[in-house]
Design a protein around this ligand. Structure first.
Ligand SMILES: [Zn+2]
Length: 477
């Protein structure tokens, strides 16, 4: 049964949306978006690089459920994060703003700034229109203290526990589908974040049974406990890795693939929950990630750089059946960014866009129209990375040295060097200067925008929170 017809929507307040507040039919001031009143399921898999998903060309069938989702929706082959790390990237996804504009950084010891109350988020925009909004997350760098809970009625943080996140989200979908309001459910997990610890059934699909190296993937074999700090578990995991042994590097990828297969299965459970509750046709589904992961492409593991393996993310959307004129099973090769997700969703839902956004609605593109090419600007303020990609030219700026005062720059032509191996910074000073100047302008605009918002509230970590974030291994000094 469609719940859309029962809803009376207003972008001005929640009351008009509530059953009983209106007359059950659309009003003149109701939103006129192509999917007004539909539910939203937003799934972000932390640390998921797209090329390990079968739907993005991986030879292994790691992601049958995401593959099926893409077959019914739109898959973007060139989607990029606006930060190569968790907190700023997710906040760009939620606000449509660059990191230096929303100002939310990775947690660190000492003071942290919570998102300014002036900045609307996806959840707060939907809540203002009467949505019920619940989040089931891994916590860590997207803990509520930074402002990620804004607009949500429920905001759970599970950290290392993967399956409860999905179990609770499945329960929430079933419960909210019975309610009188449309819903937003946000699901986030560190399921494919290191240390890679997939269930045995998933690992058996990908691992070499004759692997004889030292890498272990269970707490017991690592000599740690699930309750131990994440940092300790991660350290125990990585100290067994011999990066010079190809068998070890392959085994790491096997473990990562198995983690993806596990989480894909759980994403399938979310989609099943929508179908079971009878709201699959009334729900907009977005599947993405905040950044990717490195496997020695540039000398390291995990995620500590700003190369393409970090910035390239999966992005798949499936639309409610009422959205006519949007073809299904489409693949788009246009460059899109995570800052585009918020304006896109709000336009589709017929809700007002925030006054300030660094993204743009992709709805014309979804309807098959050509949109002007865009650049990709990404930032990691704590690590002091700034990258700008215009067409296939990309400049990476990094401030190195103990006091962060030494600027190191790299310039790549991705059309001839997609894996960023040949630094052209000395060969193309003209191009470097053009990109450098543009980064300066973008940073200035983002900074100015940030100054226009009221200052975010300073968050001082309590001992329990500090312990959890240290456990995550992310807490920066
Ligand atoms: Zn992350």
């Amino acid at each position: 049964m469609s719940r859309i017809r029962a809803l009376v929507l207003s972008g001005l307040g929640a009351c008009l949306l509530l059953a009983g507040c209106g007359d059950g039919g659309p009003r003149d001031d109701a939103p006129h978006g192509p999917a007004a009143g539909c539910n939203v399921l937003l799934v972000s898999i932390d640390t998921l690089r797209p090329d390990r998903l079968s739907v993005y060309g991986h030879a292994r069938s790691t992601s049958p459920h995401v593959d099926a989702l893409a077959a019914e929706g739109v898959r973007f082959t060139r989607a990029f994060a606006n930060a190569p790390c968790t907190a700023p990237s997710h906040m760009s996804l939620m606000t449509g703003l660059y990191p230096e504009a929303h100002g939310v950084k990775q947690w660190r010891k000492g003071a942290n700034l919570r998102l300014s109350e002036d900045v609307p988020t996806l959840a707060s925009s939907l809540a203002a229109a009467g949505y019920a909004a619940e989040a089931y997350t891994g916590g860590g760098n997207i803990r509520p203290e930074l402002g990620f809970d804004k607009g949500f009625d429920v905001y759970e943080t599970q950290l290392t526990e993967v399956d409860p996140i999905f179990d609770h989200a499945v329960e929430a979908i079933g419960r909210l589908a019975q309610g009188t309001r449309p819903f937003l459910v946000f699901v986030h997990t560190f399921a494919v974040h290191d240390p890679y610890m997939p269930p045995e059934d998933d690992l058996a699909l990908f691992a070499d049974p004759d692997y004889a190296g030292r890498i272990a993937h269970t707490d017991a074999d690592l000599g740690v406990d699930a309750a131990d700090r994440w940092k300790d578990r991660s350290h125990a995991f990585w100290e067994r890795v011999d990066e010079h042994d190809p068998a070890d590097v392959q085994h790491l990828k096997d473990l990562y693939d198995a983690c993806i297969h596990h989480v894909d299965r759980r994403v399938g459970d979310l989609l099943d929950a929508l179908a079971r509750a009878g709201v699959a046709d009334d729900t907009l589904v977005v599947f993405t990630a905040d950044h990717g992961e490195e496997f020695l492409e540039h000398g390291g593991f995990k995620h500590n750089t700003a190369y393409e393996e970090l910035l390239h993310v999966p992005l798949v959307m499936r639309f409610p059946s009422r959205m006519v004129g949007v073809p299904r099973g489409v693949v788009r090769d246009d460059v899109v960014r995570l800052v585009d997700v918020l304006p896109t969703l709000l336009e589709i839902l017929g809700l007002p866009e925030p006054d300030e956004t660094n993204g743009r609605s992709l709805l014309p593109m979804l309807r098959g129209r050509t949109m002007a090419p865009v650049f990709v600007f990404s930032q990691w303020m704590r690590g002091r990375y700034h990258t700008l990609r215009i067409e296939d030219q990309k400049l990476i700026q990094r401030w190195a040295g103990s006091d962060g005062s030494r600027l190191v720059e790299e310039l790549y032509d991705l059309s001839t060097d997609p894996t960023e191996q040949r630094n052209l910074i000395d060969e193309r000073p003209d191009l470097a200067e053009k990109l450098r100047a543009r980064i300066g302008v973008l940073r200035g605009q983002a900074h100015e925008l940030n100054e226009r918002f009221a200052t975010g509230v300073e968050v001082v970590l309590d001992d329990a929170t500090r312990g959890q974030l240290e456990a995550l291994g992310y807490l920066e000094h």
